[in-house]
Design a protein around this ligand. Structure first.
Ligand code: SF4
Length: 244
């Protein structure tokens, strides 16, 4: 956790900004963070939390022993504060990504399955499930390479390309800012160290350059093969599928 996380959130909320915490559920019960859920609720922060499956076996296999139980505890804590409960105004979304080299299943159907299982088995409620396609980069990319699955996964992404997703990919309307203030078209480009292009002639545009720029309208987006993960099938972004 960034040591000044709470300070950043408080300032952003004071400015009236919408804040979404991409929350690791297990942190909510870690020593020293027991009051984190209360803080998020007080600040009316939206929570998006990874839960790769509603079954203990699959989650622990992907994330490690005990992660499922700790995640369920975290979700119960958030529900008790009103998160995911109708009328509370506190948004709790869950995030799903496939465990292997596959595309996510249809988001609406999977959300319905999650809602039934989590309510019946644990009494847990949430607002929406966001399905995200695994990018063939970083840890997932190297796992694919080590298992000899990289080329077949890339082929699956290319074969599933749907041009209508281009209208809605998140790099059309958002930028990603690294911890030093440098700008990228998205988090994936940040991980690949592909900076935003061409902004007022800077090689490596910085947040402060935006103050001088008229607009980012028309600024070219830096694309590579990993972009097929955003444009395959139902599409993918930080806010889930682009189309059902
Ligand atoms: S990976 Fe490519 S398509 Fe997806 S958001 Fe980033 S730049 Fe856009």
């Amino acid at each position: 956790m960034h040591p000044r996380f709470r300070e950043i959130v408080i300032h952003a909320r004071r400015e009236g900004l919408r804040v979404i915490d991409r929350c690791n559920l297990t942190i909510l019960s870690e020593p020293g963070y027991e009051d984190l859920a209360d803080f998020l609720a007080q600040q009316r922060v939206e929570v998006s939390a990874s839960l790769p499956c509603y079954s203990r076996g699959n989650v622990d296999k992907q994330r490690g022993d005990g992660v499922f139980d700790a995640s369920i505890e975290g979700l119960k804590k958030l529900n008790a504060l009103g998160y995911g409960i109708d009328g509370s105004g506190l948004t709790l979304n869950l995030v799903y990504n496939p465990q292997g080299p596959n595309l996510p299943p249809p988001q609406a159907q999977l959300e319905a399955d999650y809602k039934v299982h989590l309510a019946e088995d644990f009494g847990i409620h949430f607002n929406h499930l966001l399905t995200i396609t695994n990018q063939p980069i970083a840890r997932f990319g190297s796992t694919l390479v080590s298992k000899g699955q990289f080329n077949s996964y890339m082929q699956l992404l290319r074969d599933s390309y749907r041009p209508e997703n281009l209208e809605a990919v998140m790099c059309r309307s958002l930028v990603s800012v690294d911890w030093q203030g440098y700008l990228y078209d998205c988090d994936f480009n940040q991980m690949l160290e592909l900076p935003l292009s061409d902004l007022i002639g800077r090689d490596r545009p910085h947040l402060r350059d935006l103050l001088n720029a008229q607009s980012l309208e028309g600024n070219p987006i830096v694309t590579r093969d990993h972009c097929y993960a955003c444009t395959a099938g139902q599409g993918s972004s930080c806010t889930g599928a682009l189309k059902d």
